[in-house]
Design a binder for this molecule. Structure first.
Ligand code: ATP
Length: 510
């Protein structure tokens, strides 16, 4: 048996759906938008919130060994000296002297064939395949090696520009700091310079002692945080994949030195299984080990969890073994002791840190891409749907009265109000029932509850499932319980007298 190749959805379809249905809009759009900043609409904000809640539940609530924190975006400027960001948080920037495009050397897609180089910008695997094809090379799939600054320097004169294809026209790489600078207080001078944080991690390191003192946690334990981060990225694009303002979810898990390697493997497994549990297809995820020369200044080991985005495989999450770098640096710069007293050995030790860090926006994109599907219905019409995991779906249920007649509307509104106590519910009474089902399918609502004239007689409603389109009649008194079980993923539920067994319901039959 041959394995199915992974499928990749078209980015235009995702962008258009997000805009049309109110998931994501360009920021300050009425002024022409602001490059690489995005606003989440009514549905996007629910999806994003659900992702953050699912993450928090998995890494904080369901564990006893991780606590949460919410630290400020602006921090003492020394933080960034100690962390190495002011000196080292920079990307190698080059400019093509022919077309004046600037790009990061480490984001260059590069392939060598018969001694000749082919290039494309990050995310344009399709362009590279086209260029290889034009030169007579058959390239169905291409594997890229990361381009380090040294690789770039070694091959600089023979590399074509990824944009205009002019060969060897590059300036020397120059380090470009990604930190956003601003001023605190009324005077804009050097003394007032502060930075917008490029990650939330440092807020957790500088609070290490506060957390330890107030929670009395023993090793191993972790701190988790979700918050905004800002990076003045050189090249952005691919929708919400890379932006200058984004949200990040990070855990700093402190362990005894010597146990760090095992904990690294543990967190890699944990994080992979989180995506799978929430419905991401296994064949769309791939861990990628960083080569030694690629590792950040603080990292002893890094593995990226890559996802098959519409533009190709790219980082979704990074897991790093930061050793004792951060606590040691902050202790030395602040003069405060950031150690842990080991009861067993009666020694003060500096714990090592394992850090799983993922962008909320990149996860939103990955979950949307993975859930998007199109299928033909019985009439041969294409139905677009988001097969989102119920936990993530913006609305869990839609209440649809068959007509706007008063007696039906009263009952439907009652049901709607009752379900709203538990979930986000969409009430829709506009247009035909078929169109309303399609609208809900397209935004990923797992269940539709249809209230019809029969409901007034028998106190039952029709529940329709998004993925299978199965429909069953459910007594109104049992509706909440039925939906609760179905949303929790139970695929078998015997309803009381008058109801049907969900599993046995005929497709489309009531
Ligand atoms: P990249 O190599 O893509 O620039 P990185 O390795 O610098 O990313 P980290 O510093 O490890 O990223 O950040 C952790 C996570 O934060 C990434 O895996 C990604 O999901 C997210 N992230 C980083 N930069 C951005 C950005 N500019 N826009 C959106 N998400 C981002």
């Amino acid at each position: 048996m041959t394995e199915e190749p992974p499928t990749r959805v078209n980015m235009e379809k995702i962008v258009s759906l997000c805009r049309r249905r109110g998931f994501i809009f360009p920021s300050s759009e009425i002024y022409g938008g602001l490059s690489s900043c995005w606003d989440y609409g009514p549905l996007g904000v629910e999806l994003k919130r659900n992702i953050k809640e699912a993450w928090w539940r998995a890494v904080v609530q369901e564990r006893g060994d991780v606590v949460g924190l919410d630290t400020s975006i602006l921090m003492h400027p020394q933080t960034w000296v100690a962390s190495g960001h002011l000196e080292g948080f920079s990307d190698p920037l080059v400019e093509c002297q022919n077309c004046n495009q600037r790009f990061r050397t480490d984001q260059l897609l590069r392939v060598k064939k018969d001694g000749r180089y082919f290039t494309a910008p990050e995310g344009r695997e399709d362009k590279l395949i086209e260029r290889l094809g034009n030169a007579g090379f058959i390239a169905g799939t291409v594997t890229f090696e990361p381009t380090t600054s040294q690789d770039f320097l070694d091959d600089k004169d023979r590399l074509p520009c990824p944009f205009c294809e002019a060969v060897g026209q590059f300036t020397e790489p120059r380090q470009f700091n990604l930190m956003f600078k601003t001023f605190m207080g009324p005077v804009e001078d050097e003394a007032g310079v502060v930075y917008l944080r490029p990650e939330t991690a440092q807020g957790m390191f500088v609070n290490f002692q506060n957390v330890l003192n107030t929670t009395r946690k023993r090793l191993p334990f972790g701190i988790a945080q979700i918050g905004k981060a800002f990076r003045n990225e050189i090249t952005t694009g691919n929708f919400i994949f890379r932006s200058r303002e984004f949200e990040i979810m990070e855990v700093e898990f402190f362990v005894k030195p010597g146990t760090d390697e095992a904990w690294f493997d543990y967190w890699l497994e944990e994080r992979l299984s989180w995506y799978l549990k929430l419905g991401i297809k296994k064949e769309h995820l791939r861990p990628r080990e960083h080569a030694k020369e690629e590792l950040s200044h603080y990292s002893r080991r890094t593995v990226d969890i890559n996802y098959l985005f519409p533009m190709g495989w790219a980082e979704l999450e990074g897991i790093a073994n930061r050793g004792d770098f951060d606590l040691t640096q902050h202790a030395s710069f602040s003069g405060k002791e950031l150690t842990y007293f080991d009861d067993g050995t009666k020694e003060h030790i500096t714990p090592y840190v394992i850090e799983p860090a993922v962008g909320v926006d990149r996860s939103v994109l990955a979950f949307l891409c993975d859930a998007y599907d199109e299928e033909k219905d019985e009439q041969g019409e294409v139905r677009a749907l988001l097969r989102l995991h119920p936990t993530l779906a913006p609305y869990k249920v839609a209440v649809l009265p068959l007509s706007r007649r008063e007696n039906l509307a009263i009952l439907a509104r009652e049901i709607d109000a009752d379900l709203r106590k538990l979930w986000m519910v969409s009430y829709d009474d506009a247009q035909s029932i078929g169109r309303r089902y399609r609208r809900q399918d397209e935004i990923g609502t797992p269940f539709c509850v249809t209230v019809d004239f029969q409901s007034l007689e028998d106190n039952q409603v029709t529940v329709r499932e998004r993925d299978s389109m199965n429909q069953i009649r459910v007594p109104i008194a049992e509706l909440k319980k039925t939906l609760q079980a179905k949303l929790a993923g139970e695929d078998f539920l015997v309803l009381p007298a008058g109801g049907k067994v969900w599993k046995e319901a005929e497709k489309g039959g009531v």
